[in-house]
Design a protein around this ligand. Structure first.
Ligand SMILES: Cc1cc2nc3c(=O)[nH]c(=O)nc-3n(C[C@H](O)[C@H](O)[C@H](O)COP(=O)(O)OP(=O)(O)OC[C@H]3O[C@@H](n4cnc5c(N)ncnc54)[C@H](O)[C@@H]3O)c2cc1C
Length: 424
Protein backbone atom coordinates (compact mmCIF):
# COMPACT_ATOMS: atom_id res chain seq x y z
CA UNK A 1 0.00 0.00 0.00
CA UNK A 2 1.36 3.44 -0.87
CA UNK A 3 2.28 5.90 1.83
CA UNK A 4 -0.36 8.33 0.66
CA UNK A 5 -3.06 5.65 0.70
CA UNK A 6 -1.94 4.61 4.20
CA UNK A 7 -1.95 8.23 5.36
CA UNK A 8 -5.41 8.67 3.92
CA UNK A 9 -6.77 5.60 5.66
CA UNK A 10 -5.16 6.67 8.92
CA UNK A 11 -6.95 9.95 8.40
CA UNK A 12 -10.24 8.17 8.04
CA UNK A 13 -9.67 6.13 11.18
CA UNK A 14 -9.00 9.28 13.18
CA UNK A 15 -11.80 11.23 11.56
CA UNK A 16 -14.26 10.80 14.38
CA UNK A 17 -12.23 13.18 16.53
CA UNK A 18 -12.72 16.11 14.10
CA UNK A 19 -14.96 18.91 15.19
CA UNK A 20 -16.37 19.19 11.66
CA UNK A 21 -17.84 16.12 9.95
CA UNK A 22 -15.12 14.71 7.69
CA UNK A 23 -15.75 12.60 4.57
CA UNK A 24 -15.18 9.39 6.55
CA UNK A 25 -18.19 10.25 8.65
CA UNK A 26 -20.16 10.82 5.47
CA UNK A 27 -18.97 7.48 4.06
CA UNK A 28 -17.57 9.16 0.98
CA UNK A 29 -14.72 7.79 -1.17
CA UNK A 30 -12.59 10.88 -1.51
CA UNK A 31 -12.88 14.18 0.28
CA UNK A 32 -13.70 17.04 -2.08
CA UNK A 33 -12.20 20.49 -2.11
CA UNK A 34 -13.54 23.20 -4.38
CA UNK A 35 -11.39 26.27 -4.97
CA UNK A 36 -13.02 29.45 -6.32
CA UNK A 37 -10.56 31.72 -8.15
CA UNK A 38 -7.39 30.64 -9.95
CA UNK A 39 -5.17 33.54 -8.90
CA UNK A 40 -2.25 33.84 -6.50
CA UNK A 41 -4.26 32.39 -3.60
CA UNK A 42 -6.53 29.91 -5.39
CA UNK A 43 -4.12 28.38 -7.91
CA UNK A 44 -1.51 27.88 -5.18
CA UNK A 45 -4.03 26.32 -2.80
CA UNK A 46 -5.36 23.95 -5.50
CA UNK A 47 -1.85 22.92 -6.44
CA UNK A 48 -0.64 22.27 -2.89
CA UNK A 49 -3.77 20.39 -1.79
CA UNK A 50 -3.66 18.14 -4.87
CA UNK A 51 0.13 17.69 -4.99
CA UNK A 52 0.72 17.05 -1.29
CA UNK A 53 -2.26 14.74 -0.86
CA UNK A 54 -1.08 12.58 -3.78
CA UNK A 55 -4.57 12.20 -5.16
CA UNK A 56 -6.25 11.49 -1.82
CA UNK A 57 -8.32 14.68 -2.15
CA UNK A 58 -10.41 15.50 -5.23
CA UNK A 59 -9.68 19.13 -6.11
CA UNK A 60 -11.79 21.25 -8.47
CA UNK A 61 -10.60 24.71 -9.45
CA UNK A 62 -13.35 27.10 -10.55
CA UNK A 63 -11.99 29.96 -12.65
CA UNK A 64 -13.90 32.11 -15.10
CA UNK A 65 -10.93 33.01 -17.33
CA UNK A 66 -8.93 30.70 -19.56
CA UNK A 67 -5.78 32.77 -19.17
CA UNK A 68 -4.61 34.51 -16.01
CA UNK A 69 -2.74 37.76 -16.52
CA UNK A 70 -0.79 38.64 -13.42
CA UNK A 71 -1.37 42.04 -11.88
CA UNK A 72 2.03 41.51 -10.33
CA UNK A 73 4.64 42.68 -12.83
CA UNK A 74 1.87 44.33 -14.90
CA UNK A 75 3.62 47.60 -14.06
CA UNK A 76 6.74 46.14 -15.69
CA UNK A 77 4.66 45.45 -18.80
CA UNK A 78 3.42 49.06 -18.72
CA UNK A 79 7.00 50.32 -18.39
CA UNK A 80 8.22 48.17 -21.29
CA UNK A 81 10.28 45.74 -19.21
CA UNK A 82 8.07 42.72 -19.97
CA UNK A 83 5.87 41.57 -22.82
CA UNK A 84 2.17 40.80 -22.38
CA UNK A 85 2.89 37.13 -23.06
CA UNK A 86 5.32 37.07 -20.16
CA UNK A 87 2.58 38.05 -17.72
CA UNK A 88 -0.01 35.61 -19.17
CA UNK A 89 -0.43 32.07 -17.80
CA UNK A 90 -2.66 29.10 -18.57
CA UNK A 91 -4.03 26.38 -16.29
CA UNK A 92 -3.45 23.31 -18.48
CA UNK A 93 -0.19 22.16 -16.85
CA UNK A 94 -1.54 22.74 -13.34
CA UNK A 95 -4.57 20.55 -14.05
CA UNK A 96 -2.64 17.85 -15.90
CA UNK A 97 0.32 17.57 -13.51
CA UNK A 98 -1.76 17.27 -10.34
CA UNK A 99 -5.06 15.75 -11.43
CA UNK A 100 -7.01 18.93 -10.69
CA UNK A 101 -10.43 19.27 -12.33
CA UNK A 102 -10.82 22.64 -14.01
CA UNK A 103 -14.27 24.22 -14.09
CA UNK A 104 -14.21 27.08 -16.60
CA UNK A 105 -17.12 29.03 -15.15
CA UNK A 106 -18.08 31.78 -12.77
CA UNK A 107 -19.13 30.74 -9.29
CA UNK A 108 -22.44 32.55 -8.80
CA UNK A 109 -23.46 31.37 -5.36
CA UNK A 110 -22.16 29.48 -2.34
CA UNK A 111 -24.84 27.38 -0.71
CA UNK A 112 -23.29 27.13 2.73
CA UNK A 113 -26.09 24.96 4.16
CA UNK A 114 -25.79 22.33 1.45
CA UNK A 115 -22.02 22.86 1.12
CA UNK A 116 -22.23 23.41 -2.63
CA UNK A 117 -20.72 25.94 -5.01
CA UNK A 118 -23.17 26.95 -7.73
CA UNK A 119 -21.70 27.79 -11.14
CA UNK A 120 -22.83 29.97 -14.05
CA UNK A 121 -23.20 26.73 -16.03
CA UNK A 122 -25.89 25.60 -13.58
CA UNK A 123 -23.61 22.92 -12.11
CA UNK A 124 -23.55 22.50 -8.35
CA UNK A 125 -20.25 21.34 -6.89
CA UNK A 126 -20.49 19.68 -3.46
CA UNK A 127 -17.52 20.30 -1.20
CA UNK A 128 -16.11 19.17 2.13
CA UNK A 129 -13.93 22.26 2.25
CA UNK A 130 -14.21 25.35 0.07
CA UNK A 131 -11.38 27.77 -0.68
CA UNK A 132 -12.47 31.26 -1.75
CA UNK A 133 -9.86 33.50 -3.37
CA UNK A 134 -11.70 35.80 -5.80
CA UNK A 135 -9.46 38.84 -5.41
CA UNK A 136 -11.02 42.30 -5.34
CA UNK A 137 -13.96 44.19 -6.75
CA UNK A 138 -13.82 47.91 -7.40
CA UNK A 139 -15.99 50.47 -5.62
CA UNK A 140 -17.12 52.35 -8.71
CA UNK A 141 -18.90 54.99 -6.66
CA UNK A 142 -15.84 55.90 -4.57
CA UNK A 143 -14.69 58.60 -7.03
CA UNK A 144 -17.48 61.10 -7.90
CA UNK A 145 -18.17 61.15 -11.64
CA UNK A 146 -16.38 57.85 -12.29
CA UNK A 147 -18.29 54.61 -13.05
CA UNK A 148 -18.07 51.20 -14.71
CA UNK A 149 -18.88 52.92 -18.04
CA UNK A 150 -16.03 55.40 -17.46
CA UNK A 151 -13.36 52.73 -17.03
CA UNK A 152 -12.62 52.76 -20.77
CA UNK A 153 -11.97 56.51 -20.81
CA UNK A 154 -10.30 56.61 -17.40
CA UNK A 155 -8.91 53.10 -16.87
CA UNK A 156 -7.96 51.67 -13.49
CA UNK A 157 -5.66 48.84 -14.53
CA UNK A 158 -6.20 47.32 -11.06
CA UNK A 159 -7.73 44.14 -12.44
CA UNK A 160 -5.72 42.39 -15.12
CA UNK A 161 -6.34 41.79 -18.80
CA UNK A 162 -7.77 44.45 -21.09
CA UNK A 163 -7.45 47.16 -18.43
CA UNK A 164 -3.68 46.66 -18.19
CA UNK A 165 -3.38 46.95 -21.96
CA UNK A 166 -5.55 50.05 -21.99
CA UNK A 167 -3.24 51.79 -19.51
CA UNK A 168 -0.29 51.06 -21.78
CA UNK A 169 -2.18 52.32 -24.87
CA UNK A 170 -3.13 55.56 -23.09
CA UNK A 171 0.45 56.03 -21.96
CA UNK A 172 1.76 55.50 -25.49
CA UNK A 173 -0.62 58.22 -26.74
CA UNK A 174 0.49 60.89 -24.22
CA UNK A 175 2.12 63.80 -26.11
CA UNK A 176 5.30 65.42 -24.86
CA UNK A 177 4.28 68.08 -22.33
CA UNK A 178 1.05 66.23 -21.44
CA UNK A 179 -0.19 65.78 -17.88
CA UNK A 180 -1.14 62.39 -16.48
CA UNK A 181 -3.27 62.39 -13.34
CA UNK A 182 -3.35 59.27 -11.19
CA UNK A 183 -5.98 59.06 -8.46
CA UNK A 184 -4.56 56.70 -5.83
CA UNK A 185 -6.83 54.45 -3.73
CA UNK A 186 -7.62 54.66 0.00
CA UNK A 187 -6.53 51.84 2.34
CA UNK A 188 -6.97 48.90 2.38
CA UNK A 189 -6.29 48.01 -1.25
CA UNK A 190 -4.48 45.49 -3.47
CA UNK A 191 -0.70 46.04 -3.58
CA UNK A 192 0.14 49.05 -1.35
CA UNK A 193 3.26 50.11 -3.34
CA UNK A 194 1.58 49.39 -6.71
CA UNK A 195 0.38 52.92 -7.62
CA UNK A 196 3.81 54.38 -6.92
CA UNK A 197 5.68 51.72 -8.89
CA UNK A 198 3.22 52.41 -11.71
CA UNK A 199 3.97 56.16 -11.61
CA UNK A 200 7.67 55.24 -11.82
CA UNK A 201 6.99 53.07 -14.89
CA UNK A 202 5.00 55.90 -16.52
CA UNK A 203 7.98 58.20 -16.01
CA UNK A 204 10.45 55.58 -17.24
CA UNK A 205 8.60 55.05 -20.52
CA UNK A 206 8.00 58.76 -21.10
CA UNK A 207 11.64 59.59 -20.43
CA UNK A 208 12.93 56.69 -22.54
CA UNK A 209 10.79 57.84 -25.47
CA UNK A 210 11.96 61.48 -25.26
CA UNK A 211 8.78 62.86 -23.66
CA UNK A 212 10.66 64.53 -20.84
CA UNK A 213 8.29 67.49 -20.47
CA UNK A 214 5.38 65.37 -19.27
CA UNK A 215 4.05 65.61 -15.74
CA UNK A 216 2.62 62.82 -13.58
CA UNK A 217 0.46 64.04 -10.72
CA UNK A 218 -0.54 61.55 -8.04
CA UNK A 219 -3.62 62.72 -6.13
CA UNK A 220 -3.69 60.61 -3.00
CA UNK A 221 -6.45 60.32 -0.39
CA UNK A 222 -3.79 59.04 2.06
CA UNK A 223 -1.39 61.13 4.14
CA UNK A 224 1.48 58.77 3.38
CA UNK A 225 2.21 55.65 1.34
CA UNK A 226 4.30 52.49 1.27
CA UNK A 227 8.09 53.04 0.90
CA UNK A 228 7.38 56.78 0.47
CA UNK A 229 10.84 58.08 1.36
CA UNK A 230 12.69 55.77 -1.01
CA UNK A 231 10.18 56.21 -3.82
CA UNK A 232 10.43 60.00 -3.62
CA UNK A 233 14.22 59.89 -3.44
CA UNK A 234 14.25 57.67 -6.56
CA UNK A 235 11.80 59.89 -8.45
CA UNK A 236 13.92 62.96 -7.86
CA UNK A 237 17.11 61.13 -8.81
CA UNK A 238 15.81 59.58 -12.05
CA UNK A 239 13.00 61.83 -13.19
CA UNK A 240 13.59 65.28 -11.65
CA UNK A 241 10.24 67.04 -11.16
CA UNK A 242 8.29 64.76 -13.50
CA UNK A 243 6.39 62.94 -10.72
CA UNK A 244 4.60 65.00 -8.10
CA UNK A 245 2.75 63.44 -5.18
CA UNK A 246 -0.04 65.45 -3.56
CA UNK A 247 -1.56 64.30 -0.27
CA UNK A 248 -5.07 65.25 0.91
CA UNK A 249 -3.89 68.35 2.78
CA UNK A 250 -2.47 69.70 -0.47
CA UNK A 251 -5.33 68.88 -2.87
CA UNK A 252 -8.24 69.00 -0.36
CA UNK A 253 -9.99 65.94 -1.75
CA UNK A 254 -11.09 64.63 -5.16
CA UNK A 255 -14.39 66.41 -5.76
CA UNK A 256 -15.20 64.98 -9.21
CA UNK A 257 -13.88 63.61 -12.49
CA UNK A 258 -15.36 64.07 -15.98
CA UNK A 259 -14.42 61.21 -18.31
CA UNK A 260 -15.75 63.11 -21.37
CA UNK A 261 -13.32 66.00 -20.99
CA UNK A 262 -10.57 64.25 -18.99
CA UNK A 263 -11.02 66.73 -16.17
CA UNK A 264 -10.26 66.20 -12.49
CA UNK A 265 -11.55 68.64 -9.88
CA UNK A 266 -10.00 68.76 -6.40
CA UNK A 267 -10.77 71.07 -3.49
CA UNK A 268 -8.09 73.50 -4.63
CA UNK A 269 -7.53 72.92 -8.35
CA UNK A 270 -9.17 71.90 -11.63
CA UNK A 271 -7.01 69.81 -13.98
CA UNK A 272 -8.45 70.19 -17.49
CA UNK A 273 -7.58 68.32 -20.70
CA UNK A 274 -5.40 65.77 -18.95
CA UNK A 275 -3.52 63.57 -21.42
CA UNK A 276 -4.67 60.56 -19.43
CA UNK A 277 -6.40 59.96 -16.09
CA UNK A 278 -5.75 56.72 -14.21
CA UNK A 279 -8.44 56.22 -11.55
CA UNK A 280 -7.57 53.57 -8.97
CA UNK A 281 -10.71 53.43 -6.81
CA UNK A 282 -11.47 52.02 -3.36
CA UNK A 283 -11.77 48.23 -3.27
CA UNK A 284 -13.53 45.34 -1.53
CA UNK A 285 -13.56 41.53 -1.58
CA UNK A 286 -14.72 39.85 -4.81
CA UNK A 287 -18.49 39.55 -5.18
CA UNK A 288 -18.78 35.82 -4.46
CA UNK A 289 -17.19 36.25 -1.02
CA UNK A 290 -19.48 39.14 -0.14
CA UNK A 291 -22.68 37.50 -1.42
CA UNK A 292 -21.89 34.37 0.62
CA UNK A 293 -21.88 36.50 3.77
CA UNK A 294 -18.15 36.01 4.38
CA UNK A 295 -17.33 39.73 4.48
CA UNK A 296 -19.18 41.27 7.38
CA UNK A 297 -16.42 43.78 8.11
CA UNK A 298 -16.04 46.70 5.71
CA UNK A 299 -16.25 44.68 2.51
CA UNK A 300 -13.43 42.26 3.32
CA UNK A 301 -13.58 38.81 4.95
CA UNK A 302 -12.62 38.06 8.52
CA UNK A 303 -10.47 34.95 8.97
CA UNK A 304 -8.88 32.86 11.70
CA UNK A 305 -5.21 33.85 11.68
CA UNK A 306 -3.95 30.35 12.54
CA UNK A 307 -5.69 28.57 9.65
CA UNK A 308 -7.06 31.08 7.07
CA UNK A 309 -10.54 29.71 7.84
CA UNK A 310 -13.43 32.09 7.46
CA UNK A 311 -14.46 33.47 10.84
CA UNK A 312 -18.11 32.79 9.92
CA UNK A 313 -17.90 29.30 8.35
CA UNK A 314 -15.36 26.63 9.43
CA UNK A 315 -15.74 24.74 6.13
CA UNK A 316 -14.56 27.73 4.11
CA UNK A 317 -11.09 29.27 3.79
CA UNK A 318 -10.65 32.80 2.43
CA UNK A 319 -7.31 33.79 0.93
CA UNK A 320 -5.53 36.75 -0.57
CA UNK A 321 -6.93 40.17 -1.32
CA UNK A 322 -10.46 39.20 -0.24
CA UNK A 323 -9.49 38.63 3.40
CA UNK A 324 -8.38 40.80 6.30
CA UNK A 325 -4.88 39.44 6.90
CA UNK A 326 -3.76 41.60 9.83
CA UNK A 327 -0.29 43.00 9.24
CA UNK A 328 0.08 41.31 5.85
CA UNK A 329 -0.53 43.49 2.79
CA UNK A 330 -2.76 42.47 -0.09
CA UNK A 331 -0.11 40.99 -2.37
CA UNK A 332 0.41 37.93 -4.55
CA UNK A 333 3.29 36.85 -2.32
CA UNK A 334 1.00 37.09 0.73
CA UNK A 335 -1.85 35.20 -1.02
CA UNK A 336 0.59 32.45 -2.05
CA UNK A 337 1.88 32.14 1.51
CA UNK A 338 -1.64 32.07 2.98
CA UNK A 339 -2.62 29.39 0.45
CA UNK A 340 0.09 27.07 1.74
CA UNK A 341 -1.18 27.42 5.31
CA UNK A 342 -4.76 26.74 4.19
CA UNK A 343 -3.65 23.73 2.11
CA UNK A 344 -1.82 22.28 5.12
CA UNK A 345 -4.82 22.75 7.44
CA UNK A 346 -7.20 21.25 4.86
CA UNK A 347 -4.99 18.19 4.40
CA UNK A 348 -4.82 17.88 8.17
CA UNK A 349 -8.59 17.93 8.47
CA UNK A 350 -9.38 15.71 5.49
CA UNK A 351 -6.54 13.17 5.47
CA UNK A 352 -5.11 13.54 8.96
CA UNK A 353 -1.81 14.78 7.50
CA UNK A 354 0.53 16.40 10.01
CA UNK A 355 0.10 20.15 10.56
CA UNK A 356 2.39 22.84 11.94
CA UNK A 357 1.81 26.30 13.40
CA UNK A 358 1.00 28.82 10.66
CA UNK A 359 3.95 30.86 9.38
CA UNK A 360 3.56 33.50 6.71
CA UNK A 361 6.01 35.50 4.65
CA UNK A 362 5.87 38.43 2.22
CA UNK A 363 8.10 40.72 0.16
CA UNK A 364 6.95 43.41 -2.26
CA UNK A 365 9.57 44.67 -4.71
CA UNK A 366 9.05 47.87 -6.70
CA UNK A 367 11.01 48.92 -9.75
CA UNK A 368 11.68 52.67 -9.82
CA UNK A 369 14.02 52.76 -12.82
CA UNK A 370 16.19 50.18 -14.60
CA UNK A 371 18.02 48.13 -11.92
CA UNK A 372 16.83 50.43 -9.14
CA UNK A 373 14.45 48.27 -7.13
CA UNK A 374 13.29 48.77 -3.55
CA UNK A 375 11.55 46.29 -1.29
CA UNK A 376 9.46 45.92 1.85
CA UNK A 377 8.46 42.73 3.64
CA UNK A 378 8.28 40.59 6.71
CA UNK A 379 7.51 37.35 8.47
CA UNK A 380 4.22 36.78 10.27
CA UNK A 381 2.49 34.47 12.76
CA UNK A 382 -0.93 34.15 14.35
CA UNK A 383 -0.85 36.23 17.52
CA UNK A 384 -3.67 37.62 19.67
CA UNK A 385 -6.26 36.69 17.04
CA UNK A 386 -4.58 38.31 14.05
CA UNK A 387 -1.75 37.73 11.61
CA UNK A 388 1.01 39.74 13.26
CA UNK A 389 4.44 40.71 11.95
CA UNK A 390 7.33 39.11 13.84
CA UNK A 391 10.03 40.64 11.64
CA UNK A 392 9.94 43.44 9.04
CA UNK A 393 12.36 45.11 6.65
CA UNK A 394 12.21 48.01 4.21
CA UNK A 395 14.69 49.59 1.77
CA UNK A 396 16.51 52.66 3.04
CA UNK A 397 17.48 55.94 1.37
CA UNK A 398 20.97 56.21 -0.18
CA UNK A 399 21.46 52.46 -0.66
CA UNK A 400 24.14 51.38 -3.13
CA UNK A 401 23.37 50.77 -6.80
CA UNK A 402 24.62 47.16 -6.35
CA UNK A 403 22.07 46.48 -3.62
CA UNK A 404 19.23 47.92 -5.70
CA UNK A 405 20.32 45.80 -8.66
CA UNK A 406 20.37 42.70 -6.43
CA UNK A 407 16.82 43.58 -5.37
CA UNK A 408 15.76 43.54 -9.01
CA UNK A 409 17.39 40.14 -9.54
CA UNK A 410 15.38 38.88 -6.52
CA UNK A 411 12.24 40.40 -8.00
CA UNK A 412 12.77 38.61 -11.33
CA UNK A 413 13.57 35.33 -9.54
CA UNK A 414 10.49 35.68 -7.34
CA UNK A 415 8.19 36.13 -10.34
CA UNK A 416 9.54 32.96 -11.97
CA UNK A 417 9.18 31.07 -8.68
CA UNK A 418 5.66 32.16 -7.78
CA UNK A 419 4.24 31.58 -11.25
CA UNK A 420 5.79 28.07 -11.22
CA UNK A 421 4.29 27.59 -7.75
CA UNK A 422 0.86 28.50 -9.15
CA UNK A 423 0.79 27.00 -12.63
CA UNK A 424 3.27 24.12 -13.01
C1 LIG B 1 -0.50 47.05 -10.60
C2 LIG B 1 -0.34 45.93 -9.62
C3 LIG B 1 0.92 45.48 -9.29
C4 LIG B 1 1.09 44.46 -8.37
N1 LIG B 1 2.35 44.04 -8.07
C5 LIG B 1 2.53 43.07 -7.16
C6 LIG B 1 3.85 42.62 -6.85
O1 LIG B 1 4.85 43.09 -7.41
N2 LIG B 1 3.98 41.64 -5.92
C7 LIG B 1 2.90 41.08 -5.32
O2 LIG B 1 3.09 40.18 -4.50
N3 LIG B 1 1.63 41.47 -5.60
C8 LIG B 1 1.43 42.46 -6.49
N4 LIG B 1 0.15 42.86 -6.81
C9 LIG B 1 -1.00 42.31 -6.04
C10 LIG B 1 -1.46 40.95 -6.55
O3 LIG B 1 -1.77 40.99 -7.91
C11 LIG B 1 -2.70 40.50 -5.76
O4 LIG B 1 -2.50 40.77 -4.39
C12 LIG B 1 -2.94 39.01 -5.96
O5 LIG B 1 -3.21 38.75 -7.31
C13 LIG B 1 -4.07 38.54 -5.05
O6 LIG B 1 -4.34 37.19 -5.27
P1 LIG B 1 -5.84 36.65 -5.10
O7 LIG B 1 -5.80 35.18 -5.25
O8 LIG B 1 -6.44 37.23 -3.89
O9 LIG B 1 -6.63 37.32 -6.32
P2 LIG B 1 -6.34 37.23 -7.88
O10 LIG B 1 -4.92 36.91 -8.15
O11 LIG B 1 -6.93 38.45 -8.48
O12 LIG B 1 -7.18 35.99 -8.37
C14 LIG B 1 -8.57 35.98 -8.32
C15 LIG B 1 -9.08 35.05 -9.42
O13 LIG B 1 -10.43 34.69 -9.12
C16 LIG B 1 -11.18 34.71 -10.32
N5 LIG B 1 -12.57 34.90 -9.88
C17 LIG B 1 -13.08 35.93 -9.16
N6 LIG B 1 -14.36 35.72 -8.88
C18 LIG B 1 -14.69 34.52 -9.43
C19 LIG B 1 -15.89 33.75 -9.47
N7 LIG B 1 -17.00 34.18 -8.88
N8 LIG B 1 -15.86 32.59 -10.14
C20 LIG B 1 -14.73 32.12 -10.75
N9 LIG B 1 -13.56 32.81 -10.73
C21 LIG B 1 -13.55 34.00 -10.07
C22 LIG B 1 -10.59 35.83 -11.13
O14 LIG B 1 -10.86 35.66 -12.51
C23 LIG B 1 -9.10 35.70 -10.80
O15 LIG B 1 -8.43 34.86 -11.71
C24 LIG B 1 -0.05 43.86 -7.75
C25 LIG B 1 -1.32 44.31 -8.08
C26 LIG B 1 -1.48 45.34 -9.01
C27 LIG B 1 -2.86 45.79 -9.36
Amino acid sequence: MSTSRRTFLTGLAAAGSFAIASPAVLGQAKPRVVVIGGGAGGATAARYIAKDSNGAIAVTLVEENEVYQTCFHSNLFIGGFKSYDEISHRYDALAKNHGITLARARATQIDRDKKEAVLSTGDRLPYDRLVVSPGIDLKYDSVPGWSKEAEEAMPHGWKPGRQTQLIRQKLDAVPNGGTIVMIAPPNPYRCPPGPYERASMFAHLLKASGRRDCKILILDPKDSFSKQGVFQEGWEKHYGAMIEWLGPKVHDGIKSVDPKTNTVVTGFETYKDCAFVNVIPAQMAGEIARSAGLAPAGGYCTIDAASMKSAVDPNIFVLGDACIAGDMPKSAFAANSQAKVAAMVIRGELTNARTFPARYINTCWSLIETDDTIKVGGRYEAKDGKIAATETFVSQPRESAELRKENQAENVGWYAAITADMFS
